[in-house]
Every structure is written in C-alpha cells, then in structure tokens.
Design a protein around this ligand. Structure first.
Ligand code: CA
Length: 238
C-alpha cells in the first residue's frame, strides 16, 4: 500500500465524512476518519498522512485547537472546512497554520480538486515525478529551494515546512532584496481577497525563521524584517 496516499478526514457529520471518503477513495486515496477533535489530533500526530481535511466546528476541541496541536508537531498539509460567514475563524485557521480552506456547502468534486492542488504544491511528490529533471531551482549561499520537489535545504540540511511556509519563502526568494508589505504577502501567498489578519504573515515568518534557524542561522537571517514596511529575502551583494 502506498504510504503517501493516506488522507485523514476529521469531521463529526457522518454524511459529510462518508461523501468525502467515497470521492477521495475513487481517486485512489486511502481515507481514515475521526469524528471528534481529540481523536483527530491523536491520529494526526501518531500516524503519517499525506494531507488532513479538518472541520472547524467539532465537538470536544474545535478545528482551531486541533490545527494548532498538529502544527506543534507536524507540517502535514491541512485543508479546513468552514461554514459560510465564518471569515473570522478562517483567518484564525490560517493563523494557526492551515494551508487552505473550503467553505460549506461544497461539492465533493471541488474538495478533490483542492486536495490535488494542495498536494501538487506541497512536498509529497508522486514517485513518477522523481526521475524528472529538476530545473526549477533557486540557489543562494545558505538556502537551496527546489520548486519542483518543494524541498528546502538550509545549510545543506532539509527543512520540513508546511505548504504555506514554503510558499511564503518561495515567494520572497523569487524577488531577492525586494521589500513586500504584509498586505501584499497576504494577497500573494494566502490569496486573501478581503482584508485579512496581518498577524498571519508575522506568525508564519516567525515559524519559518525558527525552522531555518534550527539548521542554519545564516539561512534564517536572510528573511529580514523591514521595520514599518514588511519583509524581504536579503541576498548580500557578490
Ligand atoms: Ca462539524
């Protein structure tokens, strides 16, 4: 069985769980289910999943608490399910590390497409693509970003980033030394069409720096805060 094909669905409504399971299995995924937040968090930590679909409104502990708990230990891609009119929760979801969200009611086909899109953007690459010659590489003195594989090496050591942390780093590194304000980053990386919470950007920069710092202090220093403006990926002049 392909270990990289397992999806966890955390949702208390049985009807929605069954529907998602049916559609995802049809696409060849193995689906495991949890019907409350405690079980969801437990499975997410103990098992290895390629992606997690996490409902926001759950009995016990809600999706925000579960997402936070997962992010303390793991970088597994997370899609949140939210109801209409829960913009505030959606922002909170991004803040605690969710990578995408889907608004209920949704069509199962949409979920399948979003799952595939997020997996394409995240680090789990299907075996068939590994042989492909990687050309899309950003190389700097302390950081190497392989965009095809979504792999980041800092000081030669691989760093496990969530999809959003990766996208943030990749976006900044694509335009070295250019300063982006937080509104721009929200729009480009999180695709906010409405006024989002700027703290989401700060939280992710902080996490990104911490992760880089663990393996390479020089790499972490490349993400520079420009006070009163925003952030940039700083590359020293040759
Ligand atoms: Ca629910």
């Amino acid at each position: 069985m392909d270990e990289n094909n397992k999806i966890l669905v955390v949702e208390d409504e049985e009807r929605i769980r069954r529907l998602l399971k049916m559609y995802l299995e049809r696409e060849g995924y193995i689906v495991e289910e949890a019907d409350d937040g405690y079980r969801g968090l437990e499975l997410a930590i103990e098992e290895e999943y390629t992606l997690i679909i996490l409902d926001l409104m759950l009995p016990g502990q809600d999706g925000i608490v579960v997402c936070k708990g997962i992010r303390e230990k793991k970088a597994t891609p997370i899609i949140m399910l939210t109801a209409k009119g829960e913009e505030a929760n959606r922002i909170e979801g991004f803040e605690v590390g969710a990578d995408d969200y889907i608004v209920k009611p949704f069509s199962p086909r949409e979920v399948v497409l979003r799952v595939k899109a997020l997996l394409r953007r995240s680090s789990s690459i299907p075996a068939s693509n590994i042989e492909k010659v990687t050309k899309d590489i950003l190389e700097f003195q302390h950081i190497l970003i392989e965009n095809d594989a979504h792999r980041v090496l800092a000081g030669g050591i691989e760093v496990g980033l969530t999809p959003k942390e990766y996208e943030l780093l990749h976006f900044l590194a694509t335009s070295p030394n250019k300063v982006f304000d937080r509104e721009q980053l929200l729009k480009e990386v999180w695709k906010y069409e409405f006024f989002g919470d700027l703290r989401t950007v700060d939280t992710h920069v902080k996490r990104l720096r911490e992760k880089l710092n663990k393996v390479s202090k020089d790499a972490a220093k490349m993400i520079v805060t420009v006070w009163g403006v925003g952030y940039k990926f700083e590359v020293a002049d040759e």
